[in-house]
Design a protein. Structure first.
Length: 283
């Protein structure tokens, strides 16, 4: 059974007696310099290169070569690196450098990387170079003479814009998507300790994540009810001032809103101090 990424269009091409790929290292992104929606490698007898996948700007990725086998897209990286080609890369050098991968291309690149992570342990990280010790996701450019410093040579064409700068910079986004957009929330448990240092006192407190959530919810609720309470008092005061104005004199048409805001903030501070077991009375 060939190793196919779920969801791709499987369109196998003849690869002859192709060597197996050494698994676990990574995936390399290329740009095809083409507006084709499906760029199958040419006849085996005459083809100089081929690639596992093609990513059109829209629509599903197409897979041509079994991921268990090598493809010929990445020079000295072929024995270990899977590779995709992608629609785009046409125009002037400036246009090539400015053109990003589409959302669709980013998602398919992420799905391929994720499949390689799940099935062969490729780490979800960006390769820093084409060094043989580097694993994860990289672009062809990492191994293009003229861009690269050290590592495996992945191209015979010096300075080849494969891909341009905008795509090269998206390698972090591909890794992020492959990780499912993982964020802090996905990695913490409710029982994990979480510390916070008060900027005003420098004092550090540590609670469980669950307690932090309860604590912040409680004080948000307190603040909301205090603001409602203060708003009512300001309204009452406004009405009183209005009725206290002697007949015939001019009613105030403007309030000093910044003074009122300051007074409200001071009052909230005072109540916060009084309620804080660290600094004030708690009853
Ligand atoms: Zn390339």
């Amino acid at each position: 059974m060939p190793n196919i990424v779920p969801g791709v269009v499987w369109q196998p091409v003849d690869v002859g007696n192709r060597a197996r790929r050494i698994k676990g290292r990574g995936l390399c992104g290329h740009v095809a310099v083409s507006s084709s929606k499906n760029l199958a490698p040419g006849p085996l007898a005459t083809r100089a290169s081929d690639w596992h996948f093609y990513l059109p700007k829209s629509g599903p990725a197409i897979q041509y070569i079994d991921l268990d086998l090598q493809c010929w897209a990445t020079g000295a990286g072929n024995s270990t690196m899977a590779a995709f080609e992608s629609e785009g890369g046409l125009g002037t050098e400036a246009q090539v450098n400015a053109e990003p991968w589409t959302d669709n291309q980013l998602n398919w690149a992420a799905r391929i990387l994720r499949h390689m992570h799940d099935t062969e342990g490729v780490p979800l990280r960006v390769m820093a170079s084409s060094e043989s010790s580097e694993r994860g996701f990289g672009t062809h450019r990492l191994g293009v003479p003229g861009y690269m410093t050290t590592g495996e040579v992945w191209s015979s064409v010096r300075g080849k814009s494969c891909p341009g700068t905008a795509k090269h910079d998206q390698r972090f986004e591909i890794v992020r998507r492959a990780a499912g957009g993982a964020s802090l929330e996905d990695d913490v448990n409710l029982s994990d300790p979480l510390s916070w240092t008060r900027p005003d006192t420098g004092k550090t407190v540590t609670f469980s994540v669950a307690d932090w959530i309860a604590y912040t919810n409680y004080y948000t609720g307190q603040a909301v009810s205090q603001i409602a309470d203060l708003t009512a008092k300001v309204d009452a005061l406004t009405a009183k001032l209005g009725s206290a104005t002697p007949a015939g004199s001019k009613l105030p048409t403007e309030f000093d809103l910044s003074s009122i805001a300051r007074a409200v903030a001071d009052e909230l501070d005072r109540r916060d101090r009084d309620n804080d077991p660290d600094t004030g009375r708690s009853s």
